[in-house]
Design a protein around this ligand. Structure first.
Ligand SMILES: C[S@@+](CC[C@H](N)C(=O)[O-])C[C@H]1O[C@@H](n2cnc3c(N)ncnc32)[C@H](O)[C@@H]1O
Length: 394
């Protein structure tokens, strides 16, 4: 199985051809030109025809491409699009239009420039955004959590076998759940604070415990009586000190390492120390092919996105640039044995004369993408299927 495929061509022409060859895609990550007007290797200045604003021109460029991307997305799929302040507001409305507001999942703040931009006046902007939409929010398999954000220090207790855990109240601490709303979960259990033993029936040394909130009002357990009997070894009875003095309570031993792996919900601010920065991205690219692209994304950012989807996902990046998404897919497969495949698309737009890429002999941006994905295949395996889209002559 080939992990990476690169198609050279204008994505507007290429996107409608991909389903026939590869089927529907599960995950799209893409990073379109931000319309900054900066001098990168590629053109980042999308201007309107007479009378239109630059935003209108950018939206007109993006609309049919996002619509083609949506048509290619599986029902279980999701799309992540990077953007900065130049077009963020316009992209948000455009995504609402193309994907539907109910399918909006998040607008993540990504801290890619931790030092902040020092050029010019005003604020030292240190973040950009990631807009996340499901193809269908009711059917998406996107799991907005990650195994990487779990921190061992959140599990401070250690058992005799050296396993880390923490105590979670067995009592449901959400006041919405109480004996009126969840009648069957309000029942007495029996606990011994000396041995820690918890059972649903009376025993020698066991004292009756009913679930109560801190203020003494009746609460409910999170586990049913049969589950408490089955997993009693994961429960412990302890003395707690509350507003009304000492009382007995029951805690669940929540293990750091548990079957199926532990994941933590992803917050909507992603820090450079977690996902990398533009500087680390430039260094990653430099190490493989040289400093030939000014604004790559760190592979850590794409790997966090990959972790929200099954490890056999078919991934697409239709503004591939230096090929970061394909690189991240190879890294993820090499690490966890996954069978992700990635389709990268970039046009053969000429690299800017005077840019590092042009000086390095890379005449088109597609040459940059190919150079990196070839280097990735050489270093991490997975091969590279190289294609060129030839537009039908009109
Ligand atoms: C912001 S860059 C992507 C950078 C990439 N995420 C990375 O990490 O290197 C945008 C890319 O879109 C490409 N591009 C612009 N218009 C395109 C089009 N119509 N079809 C395909 N690629 C296009 C540009 O050549 C450029 O490489």
């Amino acid at each position: 199985m080939v992990w990476n495929t690169f198609v050279e061509g204008d994505n507007l022409d290429v996107l409608p051809t991909l389903e026939r060859a590869f089927g529907k895609v599960d995950l799209i990550y893409t990073d379109p030109p931000y319309n900054t007007g900066n001098e990168f290797a590629y053109r980042d200045d999308i201007r309107g025809v007479a009378g239109g604003t630059r935003h209108e021109a950018w939206v007109a460029m993006m609309r049919p491409r996002l619509a083609a991307a949506r048509a290619l997305l599986a029902d279980r799929g999701a799309i992540f699009v990077s953007i900065d302040d130049n077009e963020a507001a316009y992209l948000r409305l455009l995504m609402d239009e193309v994907f539907g507001e109910p399918n909006f999942l998040a607008q993540v703040v990504v801290n890619l420039n931790p030092k902040g931009r020092q050029l010019g006046r005003g604020f030292a902007t240190s973040h950009e955004y990631l807009l996340v939409y499901a193809r269908d929010a009711r059917q998406t398999v996107l799991d907005a959590s990650s195994p990487d954000t779990v921190v061992a220090s959140d599990f401070p207790l250690v058992d005799a076998r050296g396993r880390h855990y923490r105590h979670l109240p067995l009592r449901n601490t959400n006041k919405k759940f109480n004996p009126v709303t969840a009648r069957t979960l309000h029942f007495p259990v029996y606990g011994d604070p000396e041995s820690g033993l918890v059972l649903t029936r009376p025993f020698e040394g066991g004292q009756e415990i009913v679930p109560v909130f801190g203020d003494g009002t009746p609460a409910v357990w999170r586990w049913s009586a049969p589950l408490i009997d089955e997993r009693g070894a994961d429960l412990v009875c302890r003395v707690v000190r509350g507003k009304n003095g000492e009382r007995l309570d029951v805690f669940q031993k929540d293990w750091l390492h548990r079957d199926g792996g532990r994941r933590k919900k992803l917050r909507t601010i992603w820090l450079a120390e977690e996902v990398g920065s533009t500087d680390t991205a430039v260094a990653e690219l430099k190490e493989l092919v040289g400093h030939v692209f000014e604004s790559p994304k760190p592979t850590g950012l794409v790997r966090r996105i990959l972790a929200t989807m099954p490890d056999d996902a078919l991934v697409l990046d239709f503004f591939a640039g230096s090929g970061t998404t394909g690189h991240a897919v190879a890294l993820a497969n090499a690490e966890d044995g996954g069978t992700r495949r990635c389709l990268s698309v970039n046009s053969a737009e000429p690299t800017r004369v005077g840019s590092n890429a042009r000086n390095a002999g890379l005449l088109t941006v597609a040459d940059i993408t190919r150079a990196r994905l070839r280097a990735v295949a050489e270093r991490f395996g997975g091969g590279l299927d190289e294609r060129v889209h030839v537009s039908p002559v009109d």
